[in-house]
Structure formats: C-alpha cells, structure tokens
Design a protein around this ligand. Structure first.
Ligand SMILES: O=P(O)(O)O[C@H]1[C@H](O)[C@@H](O)[C@H](OP(=O)(O)O)[C@@H](O)[C@H]1O
Ligand SMILES: [Mg+2]
Ligand SMILES: [Mg+2]
Ligand SMILES: [Mg+2]
Length: 299
C-alpha cells in the first residue's frame, strides 16, 4: 500500500506544481538562467515547482529517496515550509495496489522529479509542450508515474490534465486513439536535432515525424496513440525526464528502453544521464530496435 499512498501524494503535488508554472508564466517574470550546454535553461518556475514538490513529498513520504532535477533549491527556508501540501489524490486512493507491487515499502521508493519538463519551450511560450513529471521507481524499475499538463485545452479552455499510471494496474486520464496496423509515426526532439538522431529515424523509414519539445509531451503522444514511437538516439535526457513516462507506457503494455533495447535503471545510485538515448513504443518495439545501427552514437 506504500506505493499507492505515495503515488496519491505525487499526483496531488504535480497538479499544485502545475499551478506554480501557470502563475509564473502569467506574471511575465520568468527569471531565465542558462545552465550551460545546448538549450539547457532554468527559470524561477523550475525552482519554485521543485521546492513545492520535494518539500511536500519529504513530509508525506519521509523514507523515500527523492531526486529532483534542479540542484540549487534550499528546502530549509520559510518559503519551502509555506509551499508544503499534504494533499492526496482520491482518484489514486480508490484503486488497490496491484499484487505484484504490494510488498514494496516506502524506503524502497526512488522518486524522480522533473518540476518543469520543456523549460526551453516554457520560455518561448510553447505551453502545450510543458509538463510536470514525477516518476516512482522501486528496485531499479519505473513502477508508477504522473504527467501533469498545465495548459491542456478542453473546449478552448486551458484546464490542464493529469495522466497517471501504475504498472500492473493501468493508466488513466486520457483517451487512446485507435491506431492503424503497421503505422509508423515517430516523435523526436525539436531543439536537440543532430546526425545520430536523424540517422536512427531515417533507418526506421517513418510515415511521419513529429518534432516537439519536452520528454513528457513526447511520451503523451505515444500514450494517446498520436505517435507510434519516441526515438532519440543521443544523450540529453536524464532519469527524471523518462521515469514517469516509462511507468505509464509500461502500465499500458508498451515499453521504454535506451535505443538498443537495454533497460533504463532508476535506482538511487545510477548516473542521471540516459547516455544511450531513449526508445519508447506501445507496439512494434522490436522493429524499432532492429533498425538502430549498432554504432549510431559513435559516428
Ligand atoms: O526538464 P527539461 O530540462 O526541460 O528537460 C528537457 C531535456 O533537458 C531536454 O534535453 C529534452 O530535449 P528535447 O526537448 O529536445 O527532446 C527534453 O525532452 C526535455 O526533457
Ligand atoms: Mg532542465
Ligand atoms: Mg525534463
Ligand atoms: Mg526540467
């Protein structure tokens, strides 16, 4: 039951953090900082949303390990205390924990927090690409996750939405489109395109390519059946970019690995970068793996 309790808090805090992203965007004062590297920005929203999420989860699930993207956040301040919320999601709590995960204790959990995925797009006003990502791993594997989309539109209104899932239970908060047999639509980076990424895509001969920002937004395309694979043959994403999406995709019967089909490990002691890229698909997974040249990232 520890997993469902923690997951119910993750869903509630992801939604609250989405409110922080909306408020700071509305204020117009984003406080953009360049963290170095290619298109690697931080804003006041990344920091405040992480402060809210991590302070709240430390209080709610004190025995879990929590790893957030931003490393310059002080959890001992008055601001941190004022942002703590112990809300939980009744949508999550109405479900029982799947038997396969019932033995997991709070101290087994590693929570990967990306308070604002798609920061570059956030600074450009590309709000549909922005998400809040919280993934939960146990014994090294992604087991549960929430993706909150603060600017998701319903009938022209930016109401936001929450997609969440637990492996062995299922995934909720979206409608999956019926997907024609054999279709190959690939989604990939918008702002980190390079030769290895293009070569891997070309080798799969997709029917169509969708380039959007953010790892969460690309996972959503796969989850909803609007894309068939998320393929990024390059270093660039980190464990907090992929854990939540991987858990939801797995909960739906799909798969996420590196581009060679090797599992991504999410234990507390792993290195953060996904050095050998990302591949996620709901079906035809082996087809995509078979098309990736073995030396794709050494060229
Ligand atoms: O949380 P941020 O830093 O916005 O996460 C980014 C990654 O840093 C970035 O590398 C990924 O690149 P693309 O948008 O080009 O795919 C992005 O997916 C985000 O996850
Ligand atoms: Mg970032
Ligand atoms: Mg990210
Ligand atoms: Mg981020």
């Amino acid at each position: 039951m520890a997993l469902m309790r923690t997951m119910s808090a993750c869903v509630a805090v992801a939604e609250k953090a989405g409110g922080v992203l909306r408020d700071i965007m509305t204020s117009g004062n984003l406080g953009i900082i360049d963290k170095g590297g290619i298109n690697n920005l931080q804003t006041l929203a990344d920091k405040k949303a992480q402060l809210l999420i991590v302070s709240s989860l430390m209080k709610h699930s004190p025995k879990a390990t929590i790893i957030g993207e931003e490393d310059d956040v002080d959890y001992t301040t008055e601001e941190a205390k004022s942002l703590i919320t112990l809300d939980t999601s009744s949508d999550v709590l109405q479900h029982s924990c799947p038997e396969s995960l019932a033995h997991i204790n709070e101290e087994d959990l590693v929570i990967w927090v990306d308070p604002l995925d798609g920061t570059k797009e956030y600074t450009e006003g590309r709000k549909q690409d922005v998400t809040v990502l919280i993934g939960i791993a146990a014994h090294g594997e992604a087991v549960a996750g929430v993706i909150y989309q603060p600017w998701y539109e319903v009938q022209g209104k930016e109401t936001g939405r929450t997609l969440w899932g637990v492996v062995g239970l299922g995934a909720f908060g979206f409608n999956r489109q019926p997907v024609p047999e054999g279709r190959k639509i690939i989604t990939t980076t918008r702002s980190h395109m390079q030769q290895s990424v293009q070569d891997a895509i070309d080798s799969c001969k997709p029917d169509k390519l969708i380039q959007i920002g953010g790892s969460g937004s690309k996972c959503i395309l796969v989850i909803e059946g609007l894309a068939d694979a998320y393929l990024f043959a390059s270093p660039g994403t980190k464990k907090w970019d992929t854990c939540a999406g991987e858990a939801i995709i797995k909960a739906l019967g799909g798969k996420m690995t590196d581009v060679f089909g090797n599992p991504i490990h999410y234990g507390a002691d792993v290195s953060y970068p996904n050095k050998t890229g990302v591949l996620a698909a709901m079906r035809d997974f082996d087809f995509y793996v078979s098309k990736i040249p073995a030396n794709i990232m050494d060229r």
